[in-house]
Write a protein that binds this ligand. Structure first.
Ligand code: ADE
Ligand code: ZN
Length: 358
């Protein structure tokens, strides 16, 4: 059974009623764009700094929160890499990931595809294996405890060289069966996807799925490069695609998914207000957009907070919310049979929710 000739979304009983907060919270969903270092809460940052005897440039949690005012992507990345410095041991990576898994449970995220940036840590002397072992152990515990489904994605830092990315790819090979994809993140401007052509070609040879941040701050040309040169399966962000009608047509025809992060885009000043965000327009055009939190502790919200922000800005209907949740499973890297189990859960939820509230 493939998703191409099967349209279960048509069978999901969405209505034109507004999607209430309770509807959005209880709705089964997947998250496909989440940087695990971006889920480091100010409290955990303090706890880990104390545990590892690291001096932070903040007196308390309130001071950290006050510092989280960003003017663009780079102003955020500077604080994000500084914050990640408190992560030292396998247990630290476990605690960070476990914290995020608990939020998955609260937000009814049934499947998550989280990304980690090993170079953020290997560049400061932390072993690749320490990072991945702590991260996977937490994900495995969440899977055992309440059945969280997950995939682990490895992102290369694009402000570093292609040679360093190639070395990181080699370090990942012993973990080949635990890592589903190779991606590209960090400072987008001046680091076009083409810089990583050889790395992505090699990653494809090894059988990894491929993704790349493109069109977050960078031009539509970077999205074309990610698709045509890196041959990615999915685009992270991609909101600037709306400046290029031929690109929009291509995304619709090829059903290339965009993992959009609404609160992130507003906090990083891609849009001044949520009402200006283009996600609902892209959805109406038939692009497979999904909702994601990106770096929840830095941008003021986890996945449900992103749905709630959309509901408030655009008066989201149940049908629209269900379409976004459907897309999140559909655009994931799980098998078609697994997808159909999640589609069924989504359909059952919609039926039961309205039956209970009628
Ligand atoms: N790394 C963490 N968050 C990111 C984002 N929004 N864009 C690029 N790189 C990132
Ligand atoms: Zn991102």
């Amino acid at each position: 059974m493939t998703t191409d000739n099967f349209t279960p979304i048509a069978e999901i009983p969405g209505t034109q009623q507004p999607a209430s907060h309770e509807f959005l919270r209880a709705m089964p969903k997947a998250e496909l764009h989440l940087h695990i270092d971006g889920a480091l809460s100010p409290q955990l940052m303090f706890d880990l700094a104390a545990r590892n005897k690291i001096l932070l440039p903040y007196q308390d949690v309130a001071e950290i929160e006050k510092a989280y005012q960003f003017s663009d992507l780079q102003s955020f990345l500077d604080l994000y890499y500084q914050g990640a410095g408190v992560l030292q041991t396998e247990q630290d990576f476990y605690d960070l990931t476990w914290d995020y898994c608990e939020h998955c449970r609260a937000d009814n995220i049934l499947h998550t595809e989280i990304s980690f940036d090993p170079q953020t840590h290997t560049e400061r002397g932390i072993d690749f294996d320490i990072v991945i072992k702590g991260t996977l152990r937490a994900l495995d515990d969440a899977k055992a405890e309440w059945g969280l489904s997950y995939a682990l994605m490895l992102n290369m830092l694009r402000h570093l060289s292609a040679e360093k990315a190639m070395q990181t790819l080699q370090q990942a090979l012993p973990w080949r069966d635990r890592i589903c994809s190779i991606g590209l993140d960090s400072s987008e401007l001046d680091h076009p996807p083409v810089k990583f052509e050889k790395v992505f070609a090699k990653a494809k040879e090894y059988g990894f799925k491929l993704v790349a941040h493109a069109g977050e701050e960078g031009p539509p040309e970077y999205i074309w490069q990610a698709l045509n040169i890196l041959k990615v399966d999915r685009i992270d962000h991609g909101v600037r695609a709306d400046e290029d009608p031929a690109l929009l047509d291509y995304l619709v025809k090829q059903q290339i998914a965009l993992t959009v992060c609404p609160l992130s885009n507003v906090r990083l000043c891609v849009y001044e207000h949520m009402q200006q965000h283009n996600i609902m327009t892209l959805l109406e055009k038939g692009i497979k957009v999904t909702v994601n939190s990106d770096d929840p502790t830095y941008f003021g919200g986890y996945l449900n907070d992103n749905f709630v922000a959309l509901a408030e800005a655009f008066e989201l209907t149940q049908a629209q919310a269900l379409r976004l949740a459907f897309n999140s499973f559909d655009a994931s890297f799980i098998s078609d049979s697994e997808k159909h189990l999640f589609f069924k859960k989504l359909a059952d939820f919609a039926t039961q929710f309205n039956a209970q509230t009628d």
